[in-house]
Structures are given as C-alpha cells and as structure tokens.
Design a protein around this ligand. Structure first.
Ligand code: SF4
Length: 468
C-alpha cells in the first residue's frame, strides 16, 4: 500500500488564474491508474494541481479500503484535507464501503462534510463533482496534455491497466464487492495507450489488472481493431502485440497478477523469444489443494508445481514472483508443511507472505478453524525463512553473469554508482541491482536507460554489479 501525495508546484489560486485541485492517491497500482485518469482529465480541462491542501480550491482523495491500516490511513487523510481545506471529494475503493453504524457509506458516516463520494474507477463521476464545486475554467489548453496522459510513476516506467474488477470470489477478498465484475478495456484502447507510453519514453510497461489471465473473458474474446487490423481481446493476442511494440522501442513488458491457467502456457514462448520479460507475478496464496478450495482461488484445481516446471522447461530463465497467506482459517500443521515443501520444490524466486488477517465483509471470516494469531505469525516467519533461503540461493547463481539493467537512479551520471533493476525485479516490490561506479571513465549511467552489468555479489534481496 503506497501513497502518492499531491503533484506539482503551486501557490494559492489568484483571481483570474486556473482553479487548483489538491490530489492524494493512496493504495495499489490499480488505484494509481485511476488517479492518473482523473489527473489527466483535470489537466485536459485546464485545472492545475496544488501541492498543499491549503493552496487548493478543492481536494480529491483517492482511497484504499483493502486492509484495516489502509482504511485508517484513508480516513485520516480525508480528515486532514477537511481540516486544512474544507472542500473534499473522495473516490476509490473505500468510497464503496458500507458504514459500520448501519449507514450505507463509511466515509459519509465518519466525515459527513465531504462534498461527494464515489467508488473506484469513476473518473466521470469525480469530474461531475469537481464541476459542481469548482467550475471548469474557460478555454482549456487541451493541447498541453501529453499524449500518454499524466503519469505518477517515474518517466521510464508505467503501469498499463487492461481491465477492471474480477469475476472470482476469493473468500478472503472484498475487491469484487468494491470494484465489481471483470470489465476488459477494448484492445485497441489498451494498445494505443501502450504505444503512446513507449513513444513518450517509457522503457518498462507493467501490465496490471485484478486478473490479467482473464482478459477478454467478459466480452467472449471479441475481435477488436487496432491500426486497421483485427485483434482478439485475449491475453495472448494482447501480449504478442505489446511485445512487438516494446521491441520496436527497445523496452520491456512485464506481466502482473497472472493466474496459473493452462492458456498461460501459450505466453511462455513469447518470453523465450525475448518479446516480453521472462517474469510472471502469480499470486498463488497457498499450495495445498484443500486450502486453495477454501480460499476459492482461481485455478485451484490446477497442478501448480507441474505447471511451473513446464514453464521452466519452455523458458528456463523465467523468474516467478508470488504472494502467500499463512494461517488461513482451518490450515492444519500438515497443510502448512505442504506449503513449505512446495516453496522449496517450486523454487519461487520472489515470495512475500502475509499472516492471515480477517478483512471486514470477507466470507473467510465465517470459516471454522480460525488459527491462533501467534501461530499465524509464527508460520509467516517460518515461511519467509524458507523463501529467503530459496531466493538467496537463486540470486547467488547469478554471480558472474552479465545482465541488462534499467537504471532507476544515477547521481552525477553514475560516477558514484547507481541503482537499477534487471528483468527479475519489478519496481517497488522486488529487489534491485546496486551498480558500482563504472571502472571505465567514459562509461556513464543515466536514469531510464539500460546498461549491461556484470553481477559481482548478492546482498539480501539485491544484487551488486559492475556496469560494463
Ligand atoms: S482474484 Fe480473488 S483475490 Fe484477486 S481480486 Fe479477484 S477475488 Fe480478489
């Protein structure tokens, strides 16, 4: 759960100047792309953004309602914005959450003076509320909007959201009740956005959604059009086109939130050919079939270990990232041991683990066999010990190899070294590659550019490398 406070410089609005909107974006990358859409629309209509609540004519808070800490952070931020500014519009996941005292909206219950509340992916509703309280400025400079829209990420990487919502009903998750069923974006729109991003200098495109493998299921894989040619609204077709676009721009495409369905196997040859990164973020959450069934996980009948082995046969360099939950209701000692064994056999490169914690409104709360909190935490710690051993061993295997590294930071043109990432590291969630000062005086490092680097050491989750 990261947060991205307000953008761009500003002073309090002076008479005759464009109205200024304060914006706070809380939550996951999917919420971030909602924020980008709203900010793009605001800019398109001639609004400016304000760095401070007090200097804004109105504040928009994009909230997260995933876990209790995120709810608290969102409610606190709304409170701050109300205290410092007074005019506040709230959007995002928390906006769709029911109140606790019988009201139909939690935010209205806690902060009755907010001007408007919407759920997630509601750009138009948010804009309507903005227009009501801070009228649109005249003669908007539409041409000032960059073709790729306004991005909150650094210039060299960007998230590309391909769908909204989810058709699954995992028992620990309330996202579908907040974001609704799967709605895939038209393939032509997605590809146009990708092309605009690459043309604007993006070197790494991170494909996200709630369930990337389900892209197009809701529209029965309808045939759309892009560049005058028919293209199916289907993951393979999308990824193949994205790979071609990325290749033409010397950029990377990385896939997140992919479930281990059989049709995902088709994508592996694209990775082996180098069209997209050999990296898959597959949130498995557990390995034992009975726990997966109780979790109501997508693809819970699949044999994940065999699937991962097959992926490695097709594309040996594939890196797999995953997240797991320890201490899910009813998890026995034997089921947990099964998970540990799976982790060692599957050799998941990057794994995260949460101790199960009940989320208000999730059906898992009613499952029998709640695991004691101390046991949940002990299992999480035990899992992470195993995961870190696996990950460290895999990182050590890279010592001596030469890898392509995308530079994220390089003060003084890299004379004192820098920090980057290889194909094995997604931004924010995985490790990094610490780049040593180049030996050759003529070698420089620039943010957003690739460098070849020889791996010389492994340190925790990270690698150390010499740029060459
Ligand atoms: S796949 Fe499951 S965990 Fe993911 S959003 Fe859908 S219901 Fe939630």
């Amino acid at each position: 759960m990261s947060d991205t406070p307000v953008l761009s410089p500003s002073q309090p609005a002076a008479p005759g100047t464009a109205p200024k909107i304060g914006f706070v974006s809380l939550g996951c990358p999917k919420a971030l792309t909602d924020s980008e859409l709203i900010l793009t629309q605001l800019r398109a209509e001639g609004y400016e953004t304000s760095k401070t609540f007090a200097g804004a004519d109105l504040v928009i808070v994009n909230t997260c309602g995933f876990i209790d800490d995120a709810v608290k952070e969102s409610l606190d931020t709304i409170g701050e914005a109300l205290a410092e500014n007074g005019k506040v519009i709230v959007t995002g996941c928390l906006g769709a959450k029911a109140g606790q005292a019988g009201g139909d909206n939690l935010i209205k219950e806690v902060h009755p003076s907010v001007l408007a509340v919407t759920g997630p992916h509601a750009t138009q509703e948010v804009m309507d509320a903005v227009h009501t309280h801070v009228p649109k400025p005249h003669d908007p400079f539409v041409d000032l909007v960059p073709a790729q829209g306004i991005k909150l990420t650094p210039k060299h990487y960007a998230y590309l959201k391909i769908s909204e919502g989810c058709n699954h009903r995992c028992s620990f998750c309330i996202i579908p009740s907040m974001r609704g069923d799967l709605v895939s974006r038209p393939i032509g729109d997605v590809l146009n956005e990708a092309r605009a991003l690459f043309e604007a200098g993006v070197k790494e495109l991170l494909v996200i959604s709630q369930d990337t493998s389900a892209y197009g299921v809701d529209v029965k894989y309808r045939t759309g059009f892009w560049d005058g040619t028919p293209v199916k609204t289907k993951l393979f077709d999308l990824v193949a086109r994205l790979g071609e676009l990325a290749k033409a721009h010397g950029a990377w495409v990385r896939l997140h939130y992919v479930y281990p369905y059989p049709h995902v196997d088709e994508i592996l040859p694209l990775m082996a050919q180098g069209l997209i990164l050999p990296y898959l973020d597959v949130p498995l959450q557990h390995a034992h079939p009975d726990v997966l069934k109780r979790m109501k996980r997508p693809a819970n009948g699949e044999k994940n270990l065999e699937r991962i082995q097959r992926w490695r046969e097709i594309c040996p360099e594939i890196v797999i990232r995953s997240t797991f939950i320890a201490g899910f209701p009813g998890e026995t000692e034997a089921e947990f041991q099964y998970l540990l064994d799976f982790m060692q056999e599957a050799r998941i490169d990057r794994a995260g683990c949460f101790a199960y914690s009940p989320v208000q409104g999730a059906t898992a709360n009613e499952l029998p066999g709640a695991v004691d909190e101390a046991v949940r935490e002990a299992r999480r710690a035990q899992f992470m010990e195993v995961a870190e051993r696996v990950s460290a061993a895999k990182l050590r295997e890279r010592i001596g190899a030469t890898m392509q590294v995308l530079v994220d930071s390089a003060p003084a043109l890299g004379r004192k070294g820098g920090v980057g990432r290889s194909y094995a590291d997604a931004p924010e969630i995985d490790g990094t590659v610490r780049l040593l000062p180049p030996e050759k005086a003529s070698k420089t490092l620039k943010v957003g550019e690739f460098t070849r680097a020889r791996i010389v050491a492994a340190e925790g989750h990270d690698l150390v490398a010499m740029p060459i």
